[in-house]
Design a protein around this ligand. Structure first.
Ligand code: NDP
Ligand code: GDR
Length: 360
């Protein structure tokens, strides 16, 4: 399966996720041959990339999927040997912070040791000089606020098993770069969202739920910490940054962020305002409620289960280095992001209502 033409070959782990889907589409548009690693699942898990898939029996198919798992070194070594990628984008991870408190060992296995498995595979196969490696690092590394805005030089203080696992991933990438001269880079990406964001991350949870409230198929949105602040950008902008990181003249680590921060509470308000609704907050702590002023109905409540044992309260990134060295800047504004997500979830909720799928 070695590269039959001069086309560049990329391997994406986590291709079925939000970023993997956008990145695969972007690289195909640039003329790459793209190989994606997907996990075996008992039900279809390729909904985000089905539109990219072509019959693999046709000649020169540019997009190919392979079964694989970050916890299986033999599988990763074999895939890299067969595919001979010029670029590897390691996006696969148990990426949910709250879930990492429930499954800490699995999270460490996939998100920390998984990175090592890929780097070792490159080394074992003697591909250190051929293959460029991108590691999906995260603003969760900053955790407990040390300084704002956060830059590549800000000290890390991870606050979840997910972030601790990603800390290992970050440093093992740096170490392999320094020890073996590999082109291995970290993108320290702040939160990025889109209409295909996983439904349990807070932005998508909000836009999906308020669309269903609008159609009367759901009554109330249940949330945890409304005061956490995040630097939210659009995933499509961020995957372009990933690609730029691997095209740089030298391997390095880069923050990608918008430089603006907003609370979960503000996200809720802006999302509801897209539907012409205005929210009034009453009460405090676990008893706080959000009331839709027009209907006087309670549309937001607090559920203690959505609080985390340790929280990351404030993230705001400074992407100056990426702007200056890579020419990367985010294009989508916060208002445009929320508008797009609400519109998309409204369309989905309408389709589900028409098909009778959206019982409360
Ligand atoms: P998603 O959760 O949408 O996608 C994660 C992908 O990883 C999915 O394709 C998932 O497969 C796959 N995966 C999970 N575990 C394994 C495993 N053991 N073996 C193989 N594949 C696995 O995440 P995003 O697209 O949002 O994020 C991409 C990467 O970037 C992640 O590493 C995340 O931690 C990181 N990141 C994300 C940010 C964001 O705001 N989105 C910010 C900073 C970093 P399946 O579809 O089968 O579940
Ligand atoms: P995060 O994203 O933890 O930043 O990790 P998430 O959307 O899950 O949480 C953001 C903030 O919202 C608060 N919150 C809730 N979160 C969820 N999921 N559900 C709720 O009901 C809820 N209520 C309040 C959270 O406490 C938190 O403060 C994401 C992931 O994509 C990671 O993989 C990535 O590394 C980071 O972004 C950057």
């Amino acid at each position: 399966m070695a590269n039959p033409s001069s086309k560049r070959v990329a391997l994406i782990t986590g291709v079925t996720g939000q970023d993997g889907a956008y990145l695969a589409e972007y690289l195909l548009g640039l003329g790459y041959t793209v190989h994606g690693v997907k996990r075996r699942s008992s039900s279809f898990n390729t909904g985000r990339i089905d539109h990219l898939y072509q019959d693999r029996h046709a000649a020169n198919v540019p997009f190919l999927l392979h079964y694989g798992d970050m916890t299986d070194a033999t599988n990763l070594i074999r895939l890299i040997q067969e595919i001979q990628p010029d670029e590897i984008y390691n996006l696969a991870a148990q990426s949910h912070v709250a879930v990492s408190f429930e499954s800490p060992e699995y999270t460490a296995n996939s998100d920390a040791i998984g990175v090592l498995r890929l780097l070792e595979a490159i080394r074992i196969l003697g591909m250190e000089k051929k293959t460029r490696f991108y590691q999906a690092s995260t603003s969760e590394l900053y955790g407990l606020v040390q300084q704002i805005p956060q830059t590549e030089k800000t000290p890390f203080y991870p606050r979840s098993p997910y972030a601790v696992a990603k800390l290992y991933g970050y440093w093992i990438t740096v170490n392999y770069r320094e020890a073996y001269g590999m082109f291995a880079s970290n993108g320290i990406l702040f939160n990025h969202e889109s209409p295909i964001r996983g439904e349990t991350f807070v932005t998508r949870k909000i836009t999906r739920s308020i669309a269903r409230i609008e159609l009367g198929v759901e009554n109330c949105l249940y949330l945890g910490n409304l005061d956490a602040k995040r630097d939210w950008g659009h995933a499509k902008d961020y995957i372009e940054g990933m690609h730029k990181i691997l095209q740089a003249s030298e391997p390095d680590d880069f923050v990608l962020a918008t430089g603006e921060t907003r609370s979960v509470r503000e996200f809720v308000e802006v999302a509801f305002s897209e539907l012409g609704r205005s929210i009034e907050w009453q009460g405090q702590g676990l008893d706080e409620i959000g009331i839709d002023k027009a209907s006087n109905k309670v549309v937001v409540r607090i559920d203690a289960n959505y609080f985390r044992p340790t929280e990351v309260e404030l993230l705001i990134g400074d992407a100056t280095k990426a702007r200056e060295k890579l020419g990367w800047t985010p294009k989508t504004t916060f208002a445009e992001l929320v508008k797009e997500m609400v519109a998309s979830d409204l369309a989905i909720a309408r389709r589900e209502a028409e098909n009778g799928k959206s019982a409360v």
